[in-house]
Design a protein around this ligand. Sequence first.
Ligand SMILES: [Zn+2]
Length: 133
Amino acid sequence: MKRQRGYTIFHVIAVCIILYFGGIAQRIFMPDGFVANIAVFLIGCGIPILFYKIAWGVVEFVTKFPICRKHRCRTWHYRRELLSSQEGTCYRCRCGDVYIRTSKNEFKILNADGSIEPYMTRWDARARWHPAK
Ligand SMILES: [Zn+2]
């Protein structure tokens, strides 16, 4: 399910920040001529957008995996496991537990006996993980 997209005060603020950066870029570079002015303005506008994308990229990386069930391992402690599962991709955390990450933003525990247990879920690829019921 996707969250509804509407124009909020945050969009207005974001546009103001973007235009503000465009203005700053013009003041720093003081371009000569109409085309140069437009170009510098656009580059300036691109800076906050770029930062925003990088920030989201970091968020996406850090939250790629939830904390493991022993509360020790984070995203960078998980290693891809060469097991195949119909449910999704297998990963092993540093404790040795195997998990399955599905395309539906679910994180499941793959027990040693082969049984699969729901562990965490989230509504979006960048959202927080919540314990699965
Ligand atoms: Zn672990």
